[in-house]
Design a protein around this ligand. Structure first.
Ligand SMILES: NC(=O)C1=CN([C@@H]2O[C@H](COP(=O)(O)OP(=O)(O)OC[C@H]3O[C@@H](n4cnc5c(N)ncnc54)[C@H](OP(=O)(O)O)[C@@H]3O)[C@@H](O)[C@H]2O)C=CC1
Ligand SMILES: CC(C)(CO)C(=O)C(=O)O
Length: 298
């Protein structure tokens, strides 16, 4: 299959790399340093299971490289969704299937509005980072939940054949919200204090704050008719035991002087809460603090 990756970062390189390793013709669309390194020595795919190898893969800096793609993995950060969608729109094949592989709950909808075609929302459960140009490191998991659509089952089969656990679910919106609630509880606090999850939850006042953040987000989700299981707070807290040394992606973004996705995490809960008349002061305070740090960093 001809597969394009729009946004060759940690997620795009990981899933694109697995598909290339399985024999698909994959092209990464990314920044010049990555493209140069991938063209020179392939993509270094360093897996948690011990696989560490260069994978031959295509790479280009511009979205015109997506022209032959039957499947596009859309993997940019949430703030880049519209601009990147507009850039790739003229180059997409009419029948290409587009997967929005991002955190946040509304990327697929925002991208579909720009592209004027359906986009499959995907919940991405993985921990990866870029250790250098064209060097992606896998730290855990790697499973995907795809929303329904005429091509979803066929695409999930392609992913599974490449060793990527993928399923199709009618409950993808609830699953995206589940992940959003986890992000709302951890990302901003880890970023503001620049601490990992274990250190965060060791502070009783932080646990209380997280419980407030979760309660507000659950109220907003349920206000929109999204089913959230009653054990959500237990599952949120369990993440700190599973990943005590992990810093949130928001913490990593701020540490690198990059704009974070906070507007699409706590910011989304605040906006949707305002529309529904549901107060979200804890999410609002975390949003304000991260925005302040972003403003301070310029
Ligand atoms: N990393 C992870 O483990 C996980 C991430 N996610 C989610 O997946 C999404 C992607 O995350 P991640 O891969 O970590 O992010 P990255 O920042 O690592 O990857 C995105 C890449 O796309 C590049 N990019 C953006 N716009 C363009 C463009 N127009 N042309 C070429 N390249 C472009 C970015 O470059 P630049 O930085 O220069 O803009 C960056 O290298 C996010 O929504 C994230 O929350 C979800 C689960 C786990
Ligand atoms: C699940 C979690 C919180 C893991 O770090 C994440 O998705 C993030 O950091 O953005």
């Amino acid at each position: 299959m001809n597969i394009g990756v729009m946004g060759a970062g940690a997620v795009g390189c990981f899933f694109g790399g697995l598909l290339a390793r399985a024999g698909h013709a994959v092209t990464l669309v990314g920044r010049p340093a990555l493209v140069e390194a991938a063209r020179a020595q392939g993509l270094r795919l360093q897996m948690k299971d011990g696989f560490d190898g260069p994978v031959a893969i295509g790479a280009a800096t511009g979205p015109e490289a997506l022209a032959d793609a039957d499947l596009v993995l859309f993997c940019v950060k949430s703030a880049d969704t519209e601009a990147t969608g507009r850039a790739m729109l003229p180059h997409l094949k009419p029948g290409a299937v587009v997967l929005a592989m991002q955190n946040g709950v509304d990327n697929a909808e925002r991208l579909a509005a720009v592209l004027g075609r359906p986009v499959v929302p995907v919940v991405v459960y993985v921990a990866t980072d870029m250790a250098g140009p064209a060097h992606v490191r896998h730290h855990g998991r790697g499973d995907l939940i795809l929303g329904t659509g005429p091509d979803s089952e066929r695409v999930a089969e392609v992913l599974r054949a490449a060793g990527i656990p993928a399923s199709v679910s009618l409950g993808v919106t609830a699953a995206l919200w589940d992940k959003l609630i986890i992000n709302c509880a951890y990302n901003a606090v880890s970023a503001v204090a620049q601490v990992p999850y274990g250190a965060m939850v060791a502070v009783p006042e932080v646990r209380a704050l997280m419980a407030d953040v979760v309660a507000e987000a659950v109220a907003v989700a349920r206000g929109q008719g999204i089913a959230v299981a009653d054990d959500i707070l237990d599952r949120v807290m369990a993440l700190a035991s599973a990943m005590p040394g992990q810093f949130s992606s928001t913490a990593q973004d701020l540490a690198r002087g990059k704009r974070s996705e906070i507007d699409y995490l706590n910011g989304h809960v605040v906006r949707q809460g305002a529309a529904l008349g549901i107060a979200t002061p804890a999410n609002g305070a975390l949003l304000a603090l991260v925005k302040l740090l972003e403003a301070k960093a310029g």
